[in-house]
Design a protein around this ligand. Structure first.
Ligand code: MG
Length: 411
């Protein structure tokens, strides 16, 4: 497992270990879902179920890495399904599972032993509608209690059948205190790994049952009614309807941002994360990346979350000389916490010099990496002001940005 350096030294959190790793269990054969191959690889509105599920965790700011457990025969299916996510920095190589679900989870946990995350989330590949708030609730409760699962209270009246070929009711059960278990299920890593080792070879139906055997306290936190498990062929129809309804319940927002920094003596300017050799530098409390500051304000504007100064007061000494990516990461994480997605951003840099053109591709790549979106959703442009005004007199650089964000409709 020495091949996972990013887990031990993640670029964003240099001093912390891999905090929370999500294991996605995708090794099942899905016999109940009929013909057409394992259900987790089948398309749902054009995208594989597994890719949708994995993206929910990859995009979540509280998840440091994602590992998928696959069946030994599914390497090619995995490769095809995950093609669009392969370059994601949080995605670990898949590992092969075992005969039963419980074996697969245990093998997944064993594969993380060297990485030693603090918390591990275990999630079914066939639950593609998992949302960011539910993931956050499970992480927080697992940290606090040692274990936690997403679950929903039972509201239907429960009947026990007599077991006959044409069943009739034998009894009516009390639903008092009953919950339906969903995933993700989150645990402290060391504890759930030893719990799984202790019951290896049995066939418990979820990881909470494994934890209960080991005496780990497992909290129940609110799941989501949308967090359905695609089990039978007809569930795909329901999932498509759900997906359509979710799309209808999204709204698009746009925000804009503007920033200016003055030149002072120096040797390079930093713009949109790229250092450009220049006879001057930009003056500022942080690294003075006007492009990234304008974009951060645009994203914050789109979600109504104030501006960069609200989140990083210049009066606080700790932001002195800070790399501006932390501002942009904060804005990105706030969007994710609202269940939103950044769909597009466009930055215009205004200066006579340095020349931006040769650096545009790198700038787009740097912004796309930080925002965890594809590069075709990021635009960087440049213009001059025909030698007019402060930018024309080469006194400083101005930057404009817009950001478009898709958010769940709120009342
Ligand atoms: Mg600024």
């Amino acid at each position: 497992m020495k091949s996972l350096p990013f887990l031990k030294a993640p670029r964003r959190r240099m001093t912390q270990p891999a905090e929370t790793v999500a294991i996605i269990v995708a090794a099942g054969r899905g016999a109940r879902a009929g013909a057409g191959g394992p259900k987790q690889y089948r398309p749902l509105a054009g995208e594989a179920v597994l890719a949708r599920t994995a993206r929910a965790f990859l995009d979540h700011p509280g998840v440091s890495a994602v590992r998928v457990i696959i069946h030994a025969d599914d390497g090619e299916l995995y490769r095809q399904a995950m093609a669009g996510l392969n370059s994601h920095r949080k995605l670990m190589p898949p590992v092969t599972g075992g005969k039963e679900r419980q074996d697969s989870v245990r093998l997944g946990l064993e594969s993380l032993e060297d990485a030693a995350p603090v918390i591990v989330l275990i999630h079914d590949a066939a639950r593609p509608f998992i949302d960011a708030p539910t993931i956050s609730r499970v992480i927080d409760a697992a940290r606090a209690h040692g274990g936690a699962i997403a679950a929903l209270p039972v509201f239907d009246t429960l009947k026990k059948s007599d077991g006959a070929a044409r069943p009739a009711i034998a009894d009516t059960l009390s639903r008092e205190g009953l919950w339906r278990a969903q995933t993700p299920q989150g645990f402290r890593f060391e504890a759930i790994l030893s719990a799984h080792r202790a019951v290896a070879g049995e066939a418990l139906t979820d990881d909470a049952a494994v934890a209960e055997r080991a005496g780990i306290k497992v909290a129940l936190v609110a799941g989501s009614p949308d967090n359905m498990k695609i089990t039978q062929a007809e569930d795909f129809g329901m999932a498509e309807i759900l997906l359509g309804r979710k799309k209808e319940m999204m709204e698009f927002r746009t925000g804009h941002g503007f920033d200016v920094h003055e030149f002072e003596d120096g040797t390079a300017v930093i713009l949109c994360g790229v250092s450009i050799p220049h006879g001057k530098k930009l003056k500022g409390h942080s690294d003075a990346d006007a492009g990234m500051h304008a974009l951060t304000d645009a994203i914050l504007g789109a979600i109504g979350a104030g501006d960069i100064g609200d989140h990083f007061p210049p009066s606080e000494a700790k932001w002195k000389g800070a790399p501006s990516r932390i501002f942009l990461e904060k804005a990105r994480d706030l969007v994710t916490e609202k269940g939103g997605t950044i769909t597009h951003c466009d930055v215009t840099l205004i200066c006579e010099a340095p020349k931006i053109g040769p650096h545009r591709a790198l700038m787009r790549a740097a912004l796309a990496e930080i925002l965890a979106i594809s590069i075709d959703r990021v635009s960087v442009k440049a213009t001059t002001t025909e030698q007019l005004g402060f930018t024309g007199r080469r006194e400083g650089i101005a930057a404009l940005a817009t950001a478009s964000v898709r958010l769940p409709l709120s009342d």
